[in-house]
Design a protein around this ligand. Structure first.
Ligand code: 4AD
Ligand code: MG
Length: 442
C-alpha cells in the first residue's frame, strides 16, 4: 500500500510508520556518505537522515544536488529523537522532486543574515522561513481569538464600509480618491462611526477589517494599511469599557500561550513576559501618568520633560509601560488632543472619557477607545469646532436625535498586538505584506 500522506505537525501520530510528506527542501548538510536534509511543509520543519547505503544511488545524488526551496515529496520512517527540535527525525527512503530550483538562479534568501530592505523586497519568499511562518501562525490565532472573544460574549459582527464620505480620525491622514461624478471618497480610518449606528440597532457589535492611514511617519509602529478589530456597545460607559479591554486582551494572550509554545520558541519570545498578562490591568489617569513622568525626569530617568497637556511621545509611553508587568490603561486624556467624538468627563470637561492601552516592554499603544458624545448639540458643536463638513456627518448626528444612549467602544490594531505578543522590533513582520510610506512592492 502507498504510505500515508502526513504533515510535519502531525508526526507524533505516526511514530514508527513510513509516511509521505509534501514540502520543500529548507536546508541540507552532507558529511561524507551521509546527507542531513531539512524539509519544511508549512506546518513545521523536520530533519531527515540519508545514509548513502540506505537509498538508491539516484535518490542520493538527486538530493545531494538539489537546490534549496525545490519542491518535493519525501517518503520515510518517523523516528522519535529527543534531541530534534520537533522531537522526530525522518529516515528517508525515497524522494520525488516536483519542481527543482535552477542552480543558475538559487533561492535568494539564504540562511545567512540579510538586510531589511533586501528581505522586504523579497517578502514573497521571506515568508517561507520558519520564523516568519511562525509569526503568521500566531497572527492567525490572535485574529481568531479576538473574534472568538466577541462571538462568544454576545456581540454581533457588523462590518462597516471601506469607502467612506467622511473622516473618522482626523483629515490629515486620509487616502482620497475620485468617486464617480459625485466627488470624493476616502479609505476608512476606522469603522467606529458606522458601528455606533449598528450598536444602536443591535446592542453589542464589533467590526473587523482593514483600515487605512496616510501616515507620513516612518516608525516601528505605523503602517498605512492595517487590520483593526473594534467593539461598540450601547449603554456602556468608560469603566465598563476598561473591563472589556482587559478581558479581551487576556483572552487573546491565553489562547496564544495555549496553542503556540513551539512557534513562540522559534520566534525567540520570552513567554514568562506573557504569562503575567491577566486581568485586572492597572488604571492610570493622564494626570497621574504626567506626574510619573515629572518624577522620572527629576530623577534623570528620562531625557525629555513631558509637557502637561501634550500627548505622550514614544519614550514617555515606554517609560510608563515599563513600570508594570501587564498592559496599562491610561484614561482621561485632555479633550483638546483627542478625537471630536469623545464624551467629556463630567467631573472635568477639559478631559475626555477615553483610554489608551499601552502594552508592556515598550510596545506602546495597542488599543484606543472612548465613551462617545451622546448629546446632539455638543456633537454638532464639536463637528463645527473641528471644521468637519456637516453634510457628511448628518447621518452620524441622527444617531443622537433618535434615542441616543451612552455608548462606548475601542479599536485594537492587530499588527501592534502581534508585534507585542511575538516580541518583534517592527510591525513590518506582523502582516504578510506590509504597506508603509516607502513600500508598496511586492
Ligand atoms: O487610536 P486609534 O486611532 O482609534 C480609533 O481609530 C478609534 N476610532 C477606535 C475605536 O474607538 N473604535 O486607533 C486604534 C488602534 C491603535 O491603538 C493602534 O493599535 C492601531 O489602531 N493603529 C495603527 N496600527 C498600525 N499602524 C497605524 N498607522 C495605526 N494607527 C492606529
Ligand atoms: Mg490612538
Amino acid at each position: 500500500p502507498e504510505p500515508t500522506v502526513a504533515t510535519i505537525a502531525s508526526l507524533s501520530q505516526h511514530e514508527g510508520q513510513t509516511v509521505t510528506l509534501r514540502g520543500w527542501l529548507y536546508n541540507i548538510r552532507s558529511s561524507g556518505k551521509l546527507l542531513f536534509p531539512t524539509f519544511r511543509d508549512g506546518t513545521g520543519t523536520i530533519q531527515g537522515i540519508v545514509p548513502k547505503a540506505a537509498v538508491s544511488e539516484e535518490v542520493f545524488e538527486t538530493l545531494k544536488n538539489l537546490q534549496l526551496e525545490s519542491s518535493l515529496t519525501v517518503t520515510g520512517k518517523v523516528r522519535a529523537d529527543s534531541r530534534a527540535p520537533s522531537g522526530y527525525e525522518l529516515d528517508v527512503e525515497n524522494i520525488h522532486v516536483i519542481s527543482a530550483v535552477s542552480p543558475n538562479e538559487p533561492f535568494p534568501i539564504t540562511l545567512k543574515e540579510h538586510g531589511v530592505d533586501f528581505l522586504m523586497e523579497h517578502r514573497h519568499l521571506w515568508l517561507r522561513t520558519p520564523r516568519q511562518s511562525a509569526i503568521l501562525r500566531v497572527r492567525a490565532t490572535i485574529m481568531r481569538a479576538a473574534s472568538e472573544y466577541f462571538d462568544t460574549n454576545g456581540f454581533i459582527r457588523t462590518d462597516p464600509p471601506i469607502l467612506t464620505p467622511n473622516a473618522c480620525e482626523g483629515t490629515s491622514e486620509l487616502f482620497e480618491m475620485d468617486y464617480f461624478d459625485d466627488g470624493k471618497a476616502y479609505l476608512t480610518q476606522s469603522g467606529q462611526l458606522y458601528i455606533e449606528a449598528t450598536a444602536l440597532a443591535l446592542g453589542k457589535v464589533y467590526s473587523f477589517g482593514p483600515t487605512f492611514r496616510a501616515e507620513k511617519s516612518k516608525t516601528r509602529r505605523h503602517l498605512t494599511e492595517f487590520w483593526m478589530i473594534e467593539p461598540e456597545v450601547a449603554h456602556l460607559e468608560l469603566d465598563g469599557l476598561l473591563e472589556l479591554a482587559e478581558n479581551f486582551i487576556s483572552h487573546i494572550v491565553m489562547r496564544v500561550l495555549e496553542q503556540h509554545r513551539a512557534d513562540l520558541k522559534v520566534i525567540g519570545r520570552d513567554v514568562s513576559k506573557l504569562e503575567t498578562i491577566k486581568a485586572p490591568f492597572p488604571r492610570v489617569s493622564y494626570d497621574e501618568a504626567h506626574a510619573m513622568l515629572e518624577d522620572a525626569f527629576a530623577k534623570g530617568l528620562i531625557e525629555n520633560r513631558h509637557k502637561e497637556g501634550d500627548d505622550f511621545g514614544s519614550p514617555d509611553e515606554t517609560y510608563i509601560s515599563s513600570q508594570f508587568d501587564r498592559p496599562v490603561m491610561i484614561h482621561r486624556y485632555p479633550a483638546a488632543i483627542k478625537a471630536f467624538y469623545m464624551q467629556p468627563d463630567p467631573a472635568d470637561p477639559t478631559k475626555a472619557l477615553c483610554v489608551d492601552v499601552l502594552a508592556p516592554e515598550g510596545y506602546g499603544e495597542i488599543i484606543g477607545g472612548s465613551q462617545r458624545v451622546d448629546s446632539y448639540d455638543l456633537l454638532k458643536q464639536r463637528i463645527d469646532d473641528h471644521n468637519l463638513p456637516l453634510a457628511a456627518f448628518q447621518w452620524y448626528l441622527d444617531l443622537r436625535k433618535y434615542g441616543s444612549v451612552p455608548h462606548a467602544g475601542f479599536g485594537m490594531g492587530i499588527e501592534r498586538a502581534v508585534a507585542w505578543i511575538c516580541g518583534l522590533d517592527h510591525v513590518r513582520e506582523t502582516i504578510p505584506f506590509a504597506r508603509t510610506l516607502n513600500r508598496i512592492y511586492p
